[in-house]
Design a binder for this molecule. Sequence first.
Ligand SMILES: [Zn+2]
Length: 432
Amino acid sequence: MKTLKKLFLLLIVVGLVAAGIFYFRDTEAPQLTLTPESGSISHNTKTVLNINDSGMGIKNAEVVVIQGSNRIPLLKRDFPLQTDTTTLDLDLVGLKLQQGILQIEVTTTDQSIYHLGKGNTSQQIFTLTYDSRPPIISVLSKAHNLTKGGSGLVVFNVNEDVDKAGIQFGDYFFPAYQQESGEYNCLFAYPYNVKEKDFIPRIVARDLAGNERPTGIYYRAKNKKFRHRKINVSDGFLTMKAPELESQVPNPGTPLEIFLYVNQTIRQENRDKIAELGQKTAETLLWDGAFLRQPKAATQAVFADYRTYYYKGKEVDRQVHLGHDLASVAQDELVAGNSGEVVWAEYMGIYGFCVVIDHGLGLQSLYAHMSQLDVQKGDMVTRGQVLGNSGTTGLAGGDHLHLGVFVSGVPVQPIEWWDSHWLQDNITSKLQ
Ligand SMILES: [Zn+2]
């Protein structure tokens, strides 16, 4: 009898200890984070609530939106056992909200039996600003006359802070850069391969709450026909180029196959690289005055020549020539078209050894097929400064300079930038 009583007491003690351990097992409230946790939001903002409970798991959560004395229940959720973590999208669409201060109150409890079975509760209030008004854009520049393949500039103001502003049409986006005066300068292009009906440039600006507004601009688009040229790919050219190009081709076959791989695949890779360089640009113009055309050099090919390549009389490829070719003497000293920062000075596929200068606002110039480079990445160069010597590296038959000009990575007509009248009318006059 005595033994039974002892055993019974022992069981009670063990039970109490176990209950105690269980009771105190989870005394930590769930952790919560809200993204964004401050700043401006609108119904466009992706607002995400994250709850974590490393103990017994999350039991429930409640979200209330508060504006002044107005409390709007937004969400109430119970969770199954062992929910350690959850991500909830908070949708403000349909709520009657006022512009201004908005608070999001989140209350969440875990499955713990602590606090006499009520569990651990955490409550947090996030204070944000509700803003559903899109930014207002005022266009300051007047005439925007663009020729197909050419460039243009638009200057505008936005009435609030934005995280994105620029010219947009189709899949194209040309970023605008805010100047010290507060105005935005945006260089953009009428790409050589965009149809007139698809070239409808609009300014878009998106504020910090995600409100976006497109605004039309007055513009005139002038069409331009480009030339068609036949290029004969000779065995002499292929034999001469094969050793240089071979190393860039994964499975080199015949000299013609090597050439075609470089002319197609490597050409595209190089265009992607140029597009990437175009996004890393100075936010102000690093130059003034017309671009310098390589002195005493004769034009060999022009921008946007549509080239059809023939081998032994048979068509083997088609590409568009996106630069201006100039030639004078072999290993001519090549000069910078204008001031800027060297952002590339090494070998790049079809361009061989080449230099890319960033002139700011997304404007960049490329000097290709060089035999020697006298500048390095990071160098600041001035208009007319020698960059190195011309040559035949990359896809070049004879010694020449291939000059490319790009606006935010999109190839444009170089001749406009050499023309001081065009420059004054379309760029410089708008910057004053
Ligand atoms: Zn060229």
